[in-house]
Design a protein around this ligand. Structure first.
Ligand code: PLP
Length: 230
């Protein structure tokens, strides 16, 4: 496990979370209470989980199976935040993480849906909560399913007894802000069309655009903890 301390102090982290919360309140008004702030803690040590919890974040987000597992095993389960998995999912890592992850945000293909369903059938526990990751712009090198496959995968996940909370998307890799807005708008529209409540969109540099376009979940790392060690 990485044991790297966030580049900001705990006081700064609390301050930064306050700033993000104030943006949420400003942009979302009455809907602010239903917006979840996922603190992205990849590459930082366990104290990032503790600080995120103390600062009042709603969940922590991790990208790498080994690192997520190590932190989940080391953290006091009674006191830790819910863990969202937000990295590329390899089917052979599902079993290790099963029972540790609360929300699987990067479900993008049939094999991982069936893999989770199989684990649920074998081990039970809480119904796995999933978001379908959609590659809205259909960019070639990006994770996420093609927009045309979303409805089919949502149906498969539901038939497989998984709880489908909504969709997850990332802005375009070129960082173009107009395109970013368009991506988030289309994601929200797809959620609405399918009656899905959660729309996970927006990171440090574009979460405000995401909130303006109706995101209910933002995934923020460096704006809270500072620059990430590689
Ligand atoms: C790393 C990561 C984030 C957070 O990125 P920041 O720019 O540090 O806020 C959000 N979502 C996903 C999927 C990530 O991999």
């Amino acid at each position: 496990m990485s044991s790297t301390t966030p580049s900001f102090s705990q006081e700064q982290v609390i301050h930064n979370v306050g700033v993000v919360r104030s943006h949420i309140a400003e942009i979302c008004g009455d809907a602010a209470q239903s917006v979840q702030l996922v603190a992205v803690t990849k590459n930082f040590g366990l104290e990032a989980w503790e600080w995120a919890r103390d600062a009042g974040c709603d969940a922590v987000g991790e990208n790498y199976a080994q690192e997520a597992l190590a932190k989940a095993l080391a953290a006091d389960s009674g006191k830790r935040l819910l863990l969202h998995f937000i990295g590329h999912l390899q089917s052979n890592k599902l079993a290790q993480l099963y029972g540790k992850v609360h929300t699987w945000q990067t479900i993008d293909r049939e094999s991982v849906i069936l893999g989770l369903a199989k684990l649920y059938a074998a081990h039970g526990g809480a119904v796995p909560s999933v978001l379908l990751q959609v590659n809205i712009a259909a960019e070639a090198q990006k994770s996420g399913c093609h927009p045309r496959d979303v409805a089919k995968l949502v149906e498969l996940a539901r038939l497989s007894q998984l709880h489908v909370g909504g969709l997850m998307a990332m802005g375009p890799t070129n960082g173009d802000l107009a395109e970013t807005r368009q991506t988030f708008r289309e994601t929200r529209k797809m959620c609405n069309e399918m009656g899905l409540l959660e729309c996970s969109a927006g990171m440090s540099h574009d979460y405000r655009i995401a909130l303006e376009e109706g995101a209910t979940m933002i995934r923020v790392g460096s704006a809270i903890f500072g620059e990430r060690p590689q």
